[in-house]
Design a protein around this ligand. Structure first.
Ligand code: BYC
Ligand code: FE
Ligand code: FE
Length: 487
């Protein structure tokens, strides 16, 4: 019996709302995987803080009921975090919302003909979660405040839980090869030469806190878009898992957006106090111990373009197959008003033509990655608009912009072009010569690194970032978000 409740059973090794107690095979599989996970967390999780007490939120329910919140906050040592398996409640009447099976009852078991495709989607999703923890493992040591440190660790434990979410699906629905894939997810390592993570951006470094905030703004937002598409899946357990993951994901986006806002705000304040009007006077601004806006723009260019590659090629038969099969839908498929099969539909993709860009129509089924990427860009623009509002309100004349989709791409239809952030196509040698105008160079990286000094006193913030306006769970300004263990 798998009747489900929205309350999570915490009196067991692996907290869950999927009746694991009465599913001996899967419970044993997960219990066997658990020690390897803890080993991975100790090796690759936040370095130097595993015995500190962190004020963390833990999900206890999959939805809020009246005054009952879905999560509780308390001090936890990260290795003791209760990583659980939480699926959104099942809707017994749910139908497959798109593709060739549209309108049929959602699948509760894996449809045999789509097994390999589905497993691949779940493995790729699962692979990104631990990768991000690996990328961020040294950041605690240079945290600009205990508040930011706590937020980093909150994101990290939740990405760990997202790995559990995918491993549950693999173990429950994919038998032996699912268990093998679950093992491989603990074996690959971000940036490794012989066993790298699967997608490009997850093998890049996250060397500093500006990168961390931009990663959570852009790359976790790719996570959001992909999870929204998988939440539409006709395979109901995947849909339900992703729906609950999205509840947690909102916080990751909050960390990214407010992190960059606070950096931009501090830069503008420092400029005003020093009477500097020209935001492009990089040397003068840097002398104030804050990050100049042109450098922030370069980092935006980098993280945005790396993240665009995560959507796969603009034109992809994989994505058409995922959609036709009913496995991966569009962003908010259930709100779209069309046939949900995309029979004769087309979708426009910008392509270069005689020194200009023109929109070329393609079968919409093949252009689903481009469409999701465009939805992503729209969502990013809202956040960037809010950063620009902060800059404007501070009276500084500067605007942060998202570069052209063809800029600095390694995957997809633009990969062989050399486009500037404005979308001008230039010869390769010119692009290489001017690269430092658009992307961070060694000097920019060294400058940012020089600011990455820890600030671990409660209520204090590093010189380059403003205090947050809204704090987690309404705690006071000098709250001790992380109680550091004695060295
Ligand atoms: N790097 O037809 P194509 C998150 C491969 S982030 C390396 O163009 P497709 C998170 C591709 O696998 C969200 N390889 O693309 C965020 C394929 O290989 P095969 C993660 C790449 O398949 C922050 C070949 O190139 N979830 O959750 O339509 C913190 C041709 O592929 C890349 C998902 O991505 C790349 N960038 O779409 C923590 C959802 N791009 O099959 C977590 C699941 C493509 O020829 N994944 N390739 O060997 C998918 O939906 C799709 O796999 C992709 C690619 C959208 C990634
Ligand atoms: Fe995640
Ligand atoms: Fe995330």
């Amino acid at each position: 019996m798998t009747t489900l409740d929205s309350t999570v059973d915490y009196d067991v090794l692996i907290p869950n709302n999927v009746a694991l107690a009465s599913d001996a095979r899967v419970r044993r599989g997960l219990e066997r995987w658990h020690p390897g996970y803890i080993d991975w967390w100790m090796d690759m999780g936040p370095d130097g803080f595993q015995t500190s007490d962190v004020y963390l939120r833990t999900a206890v329910r999959v939805e809020s009921k009246g005054a009952d919140k879905w999560a509780v906050f308390d001090y936890v040592k990260m290795p003791d975090y209760r990583w659980g398996i939480l699926l959104a409640p099942q809707d017994p009447d749910r139908k497959i919302p798109f593709g060739r099976h549209v309108g049929e009852p959602a699948w509760q078991e894996v449809p045999g003909e789509y097994r390999a495709m589905l497993r691949r989607l779940i493995v790729i999703q699962g692979d990104t979660e631990p990768a991000s923890v690996e990328q961020q493992r040294f950041l605690g040591k240079t945290a600009p405040s205990l508040y930011d440190m706590r937020n980093l660790f909150q994101v990290n434990v939740e990405e760990g839980r997202h790995l559990w979410a995918m491993v549950y699906l693999l173990q429950k629905y994919f038998g032996r090869d699912g268990r093998e894939e679950a093992g491989e997810l603990l074996r690959r390592r971000s940036g490794s030469d012989d066993a790298p993570r699967m997608l490009g951006a997850f093998n890049e470094e996250t060397p500093d806190w500006l990168s961390f905030f931009l990663f959570t703004f852009f790359t976790d937002r790719d996570g959001r878009m992909q999870l929204e598409s998988l939440a539409q899946s006709g395979f109901d357990p995947l849909s339900r898992t992703c729906r609950f993951m999205l509840t947690e994901e909102a916080f990751h986006m909050f960390v990214g957006e407010t992190g960059v806002t606070r950096i931009v705000q501090r830069t503008c304040e420092a400029m005003r106090e020093a009477g500097i009007d020209d935001p492009t006077d990089v040397e003068a601004v840097r002398a104030l111990g804050v990050i100049d806006l042109p450098t922030i723009q370069k980092k935006v260019n980098l993280h945005y373009s790396l993240t665009l590659d995560l959507f796969g090629s603009e034109l992809s038969t994989n994505s058409a197959n995922f959609f036709n099969a009913g496995l991966k839908g569009r962003f908010r498929e259930h709100r779209l008003d069309d046939d949900h099969r995309l029979h004769k539909a087309t979708y426009g993709i910008p392509e270069p033509s005689n020194g200009a860009w023109k929109t070329v129509e393609h079968p919409a089924l093949n252009a689903l990655n481009a469409r999701l990427r465009d939805d992503f860009t729209g969502d990013c623009s809202l956040g960037v608009g809010r950063w620009n509002k902060t800059i404007r309100q501070a009276g500084v004349d500067f605007e942060i912009t998202l570069p052209h989709v063809a800029f600095h791409r390694q995957i997809g239809v633009y990969r062989d072009l050399h486009a500037t952030p404005d979308g001008e196509i230039v010869p390769e040698d010119e692009w290489t010569r001017r690269r430092h105008e658009w992307l961070p160079d060694d000097g920019d990286r060294a400058f940012i690194e020089s600011l990455m000094n820890p600030e671990f006193r409660p209520g204090h913030y590093a010189s380059w970032i403003a205090e947050p306006r809204i704090r987690i769970n309404h705690k006071p300004g000098d709250f001790e978000w992380v109680k550091l263990a004695e060295a």
